[in-house]
Design a protein around this ligand. Structure first.
Ligand SMILES: NC(=O)c1ccc[n+]([C@@H]2O[C@H](COP(=O)([O-])OP(=O)(O)OC[C@H]3O[C@@H](n4cnc5c(N)ncnc54)[C@H](OP(=O)(O)O)[C@@H]3O)[C@@H](O)[C@H]2O)c1
Length: 347
């Protein structure tokens, strides 16, 4: 279906186009000049008839259905796990490649879970119909850790997150704004008030006491690194910040390191920016990362409580690198692979 198309552009569907991630996807597709021949914004029946902006024009939103995927080459899904499970097979059956932001397929053995700076190779030599985008808190952590893992190896990660309310979608932002205005939220995204609180509870609790968000950080980190032996111990916390997740990452490397070498590796790592000058009170903030695509790292220091221990502070925009930008980077990777195939076929 795609032969000869890669130069002209693709028929792209964005499922969840009216949501926080979907709208950010439209912006990122436009900013990065992804070869979109036609755009099909898709959402639930609630949004049918509304429109979303793309390349200076308003595009009508259509209700999800089997027919909505006819002729689509790439479908970027950001509409939750249930929607992905219900409709991704419909999109792939009609010839589309699906890049899904939900957790629906992430741990499936035949679905690559991709962070381009870390494991782009997992997409090469495969022709998957579904590609999964990892959880936002996992993405920023593995981007910062990968260059250190490649050089020193990683034995164990202890991570505490400080996650923005936009990670819970439109409802999360609405609850915080409503509470800040002193009103009662009619639709609640969180189990408790979020204004003035830190909630050690993201998604649902499992029998072992961890939350599903924490479980994702464990399982997805292992899958992305291709190492089931890495120990990951997370506590995920929601805080009253609108955008960008912060993380305190305590990592036990496998080999001794020099702190200056760590700094130099991170300064040269793809997608990473180091801001680390405590005397000048310079360290990454949520406000630093918001609207940016990079992962910001600071507060680099040795952990004196263990051998080969390193502590750092990692901040990134959950809607961009944590979701939309990573998904569009996957689409770019897929596009580059298709172009190579076409050239090989022509030769
Ligand atoms: N927010 C983040 O930081 C983040 C990060 C990584 C991954 N994700 C994942 O991305 C997805 C979307 O998150 P979000 O923050 O954008 O949520 P959101 O702001 O609540 O938006 C949800 C979107 O999904 C659509 N949708 C909901 N139910 C649907 C259905 N049955 N059929 C078709 N469309 C439906 C909504 O359409 P209507 O407007 O019509 O309701 C809306 O466009 C979720 O899977 C989330 O886990 C989010």
């Amino acid at each position: 279906m795609l032969e000869g198309k890669t130069m002209k552009g693709y028929h792209v569907a964005v499922v969840g186009a009216t949501g926080l991630v979907g709208r950010t996807m439209l912006a990122v597709l436009e900013e990065r000049n992804f070869p979109v021949a036609t755009l099909r914004p898709i959402a639930s029946g609630r949004s049918a008839g509304t429109s979303v902006p793309f390349r200076g024009a308003l595009h009508p939103v259509i209700e999800i259905s089997d027919e909505a995927f006819a002729g689509v080459d790439i479908a970027l899904f950001s509409a939750g796990g249930d929607t992905a499970k219900r409709w991704a097979p419909s999109a792939t059956a009609r010839g589309a490649v699906v890049i899904d932001n939900s957790s629906a397929f992430r741990m499936d053995g035949d679905v690559p879970l991709i962070v381009p700076e870390v494991n782009a190779a997992a997409l090469i030599d495969t022709a998957p119909r579904i590609i999964a985008n990892p959880n936002c808190s996992t993405i920023q952590m593995v981007v910062a850790l990968e260059p250190l893992r490649a050089r020193y190896g990683i034995h164990r990660i202890v991570v505490c997150t400080y996650q923005a309310v936009s990670g819970a979608g439109k409802k999360g932002v609405d609850q915080l704004q409503t509470e800040l205005e002193g009103r009662n939220a009619s639709v609640r995204a969180f189990a408790h008030p979020i204004a003035g609180n830190a909630l050690p509870h993201i998604a649902s609790f499992e029998r072992d006491g961890f939350t599903t968000e924490e479980r994702k950080m464990i399982d997805e980190t292992r899958k992305i690194f291709g190492d089931q032996g890495i120990m990951v111990s997370p506590t995920c916390v929601r805080i009253p910040v609108v955008t960008s997740h912060s993380e305190a990452v305590h990592v036990e490397l496998e080999n001794p390191f020099a702190l200056e070498d760590i700094r130099s590796i991170l300064e040269n790592a793809p997608g990473v920016i180091v801001i680390d000058d405590p005397e000048a009170t310079a360290y990454p903030l949520a406000s630093t990362a918001t609207g940016r695509d990079e992962v910001f790292v600071g507060r680099l220091r040795r952990d004196p409580s263990i051998d080969n221990g390193l502590i750092m502070w990692v901040v990134s925009d959950n809607l961009r690198k944590g979701a939309a930008t990573n998904a569009v980077q996957i689409a770019e990777l897929w596009h580059a692979l298709r172009q190579k195939e076409e050239v090989a076929t022509e030769v």
